[in-house]
Write a protein that binds this ligand. Structure first.
Ligand code: ACO
Length: 431
């Protein structure tokens, strides 16, 4: 991190101090306020962290104004169109794309660890059959911490690598079982001779009475969805993982915390919410009514799958996702009226002043729901798929944070607005 010649000067109550400013390799300069409180008695106030860099990172770069997303410098659309998810995982974890030997070893290591301990499988029977699969995912993934805690030493790279492989390997198995549990279907063990995405689809959809035939187009689409969602720098769930792990907690439990944060409709739950919204709109002629609702400040309705905290331009993932949606629907021979509603909604919104002025564009979730539905998933599974993909991002960011000498326990401060000190009054005297 290079210090800039520029300094940030602040004068408060007659005292002037200079704070260092740093250049990242790309992106805005950053003023280092670590000394601010000590030297001026001031805190900063930034709810939602709109102007705060919470860490330094080499993994993912986003330029929201230009609509750029890169993993270690590689543009997302190049990875999604030419690469595969396993090499993307390797890249996110190691900073470089793998050689063919590294790729084979990594892939084999992941597949070898994809089975679950039989005791973990028993957890499922404690859940209600109608439980949301994200609730099951949080519970079962968090429970991994009870299996792999004994030898926990996050300072040991061997432990970190083993935990990394286990988390990536077991997440799809846990997710597929969560899906089958809700349907009352028997669980399907993973296979070591399929792709990560193909194996996941098989674990979800295999009917044990028949041979399973892999659908290459769907496996490729799933793989691409995983690549598009693999990392997105310091979003809510990743920040949750980083904050939880700043106390040096068990990494499996920290990733389960990330799953919780992802679940919400303002974050990973948006793809489920976007599809539900498209169903509610139903037909193209009803779009103007919903556009008006989205613009009405007194109506809580928002266009789900629209807008992004960072992208104030077209989300680069949404372009690839839209193309994938078309490919999957064509391949399956599905004429989904919701795709027509989505495309018309996008067209109308992008020519409406409200959305233009606020720079609200479709995000990745706008088209992913339609694609996943065409693949045969119910909407309750959409965020689960996002969690599978994002696991590598959470783990890569966890590894980076844990090994960063500047990392200390995350401990924000607050503006206190409650009562000043007062004396305790016994209950009998409280009137
Ligand atoms: N529909 C209608 N209006 C919107 C929308 C939307 N989807 N998103 C933002 N706006 C409006 C806000 O009302 C606000 O208007 P105002 O300036 O008149 O008050 C303005 O645009 C700015 O909105 P903010 O809420 O300040 O934007 P923020 O950056 O905090 O929110 C968020 C980003 C949460 C993603 C928001 O756009 C949203 O709720 N979108 C719908 C949910 C969604 O799709 N989430 C997925 C995010 S991507 C992901 O997690 C992979």
């Amino acid at each position: 991190m290079k210090p800039s010649k520029e300094k940030f000067t602040i004068t408060y109550k007659g005292k002037t101090i200079e704070l260092p400013v740093y250049h990242g390799r790309q992106g805005p300069d950053v003023v280092d306020i670590a000394r601010l409180y000590k030297e001026t008695g001031l805190f900063t106030y930034d709810p939602g962290y709109r102007s705060t860099a919470s860490c330094k990172s080499r993994i993912t770069f986003i330029d929201g104004d230009k609509g750029i997303l890169e993993y270690y410098g590689y543009p997302i659309d190049q990875l999604a169109r030419n690469g595969n998810f396993m090499e993307t995982c390797y890249l996110l974890l190691h900073g470089e794309l793998p050689t063919s030997v590294q790729y084979e070893e990594f892939n084999e290591d992941i597949m070898k660890h994809s089975m679950l301990h039989e005791q973990i499988v028993k957890f499922y029977s404690g859940f209600r059959r109608d439980a949301h699969p994200m609730a099951v995912l949080v519970g079962v993934f968090g429970a991994l911490s009870s299996f792999y805690h004994e030898h926990m030493n996050i300072d040991d790279p061997v432990f970190r690598n083993r935990a990394t492989v286990r988390m990536l390997a077991k997440m799809p198995t846990i997710a597929a079982m969560a899906y089958r549990y809700t349907l009352g279907w028997t669980f399907v063990d993973p296979r070591g001779d399929m792709s990560y995405a193909g194996n996941f689809l098989r674990m979800c959809f295999l009917n044990p009475m028949y041979e399973y035939e892999e659908d290459e187009v769907l496996s490729r689409a799933m793989d691409r969805i995983f690549i598009l969602h693999a990392d997105h720098e310091q979003n809510a769930s990743t920040s949750t993982v980083r904050l939880a792990s700043s106390s040096r907690a068990n990494p499996y439990a920290c990733v389960a915390a990330g799953v919780v944060s992802l679940w919400g409709p303002a974050h990973g739950g948006a793809n489920e919410a976007a599809l539900n919204m498209l169903k509610e709109i139903g037909t193209v002629d009803r779009i103007p009514h919903f556009i008006e609702r989205a613009k009405d400040k007194n109506d809580p309705f928002r266009l789900m799958g629209f807008g992004h905290r960072v992208y104030k331009n077209y989300d680069p993932r949404a372009k690839v996702m839209q193309q994938t949606a078309h490919e999957v629907l064509k391949h399956k021979g599905i004429d989904d009226p919701l795709l027509e509603v989505a495309m018309e909604l996008e067209r109308v919104a992008l020519s409406d002043d409200y959305f233009i002025e606020r720079k609200l564009y479709p995000n990745v979730d706008f088209y992913s729901g339609i694609t996943l539905r065409a693949m045969g998933f119910p909407s309750s599974m959409f965020t689960v798929m996002f969690a599978i993909a994002r696991t590598v991002g959470w783990v890569a960011q966890w590894r980076e944070g844990i090994t960063d000498p500047d990392q200390s326990i995350g401990r924000p401060r607050q503006i206190y607005l409650g009562p000043t000190m007062r004396d305790y009054v016994p209950m009998s005297e409280r009137g």
